[in-house]
Structures are given as structure tokens and as C-alpha cells.
Unconditional design. Structure first.
Length: 187
């Protein structure tokens, strides 16, 4: 549980940063900051020098959706929780040496392989009908070469098939071949 949720009002040493892309819509790339007013004023003064410009229409849409409490979607949250669990179960079955902790929220999980292989895996995975982003894409200096980020926004059957194909790619990579064939990609 985030520490900031335990406080009724912003505390000087607590800053919460978030985005509506997880709770409302992935394409709505609007973020927010919860902090004491003095810190927010400083951020507001610095922002124009570093901001590339947040679209006004998207900000207005976010304000309306938040006002209408559109971020409270229990059906969607329950579906995501089920899909998350299905993805973790598929990983445990097909890639048992991959560590994938249960995320507290969001729409992706972070899977860790026992060896640094995700850049090579990202190159051969399309030959098995699945596309992944290698872990170093999410860090600098070669960080996260053991990791991939897996979304669980697809239906359960597609998640299972995607993990099955990912496991094929991992086996092929570990055995020194790509095992290339051209099945239809899992979207």
C-alpha cells in the first residue's frame, strides 16, 4: 500500500506521482502530483522550461473523467486481476524458472529470467509469433537484461498462447537456434 494513502493530507516529506493512463485509459497520458502546496508551486514554476507541452484537450477530458469518478471501474479491475493471475499461472507452467511477482496494480508485470537474455529473446520471439520489448529498453546502461515487462490486458486465452509461444522462443534460444517459423503474431 502506498505510504501517501495513509495520510489524509499531503505531508511535507511525502510526494505522490501518478497517471490516469492506468485507471482511465492507456492513451490518456496525463499525470498528477500530490504534495504540499509550496512544492507544487515550485514544480509549476519550473515546468514551462522542461515541458514539451501537455495537450489542453486531454487535460480537460481528464478533469471531466476524474470529476465523474470514471477511474472507479470495479468490473475492469476485476477482469485485470483475473488476467494478471492467468498470466502468472501460464508463466509458472511454461517458464517455471522465471520470477514474476504479483504486482499491486497497473496493467503489466515484471518478469525476471535467471540469465541475461532478453535482448536476444526480443530478436527471436517474433519468429515464434510473439513480440516483446527487451528489459534494457526500460533502463540505461544495459540494465534489466534479465527482465521483460508483460502486459495482462489481453483476454486469458491470448495471454496463455502468448506465454506458450514465448516459452518456445526461450527454449530455442537456450538451445542455440531460433526455431524460426511464421505463426500468426499474438497481439
Amino acid at each position: 500500500m502506498p505510504y501517501a494513502t495513509l495520510t489524509p493530507a499531503p505531508m511535507p516529506s511525502v510526494i505522490s506521482v501518478g497517471s490516469v493512463s492506468k485507471s482511465i485509459w492507456g492513451g490518456l497520458r496525463i499525470g498528477w502530483i500530490r504534495a504540499v502546496p509550496s512544492l507544487l508551486r515550485r514544480v509549476e514554476q519550473i515546468r514551462p522550461a522542461t515541458d514539451l507541452g501537455t495537450p489542453v484537450v486531454e487535460q480537460l477530458a481528464t478533469a471531466v473523467l476524474l470529476g465523474a469518478q470514471q477511474s472507479r471501474r470495479p468490473g475492469a479491475l476485476a477482469r485485470l486481476a483475473t488476467q494478471r493471475d492467468v498470466l502468472r499461472e501460464a508463466l509458472a507452467e511454461h517458464l517455471p524458472d522465471v520470477h514474476a511477482p504479483r504486482p499491486a496494480g497497473g496493467v503489466t508485470l515484471w518478469a525476471t529470467f535467471p540469465e541475461p537474455l532478453t535482448s536476444r529473446l526480443a530478436a527471436v520471439a517474433p519468429d515464434h509469433g510473439v513480440v516483446i520489448a527487451a528489459g534494457p529498453r526500460f533502463g540505461i546502461g544495459g540494465a534489466f537484461e534479465r527482465n521483460i515487462r508483460l502486459p495482462y490486458t489481453l483476454p486469458a486465452d491470448q495471454l496463455c498462447e502468448g506465454v506458450r509461444r514465448l516459452a518456445q522462443a526461450v527454449r530455442a534460444l537456450r538451445h542455440g537456434s531460433t526455431g524460426a517459423h511464421t505463426p500468426a503474431p499474438v497481439a
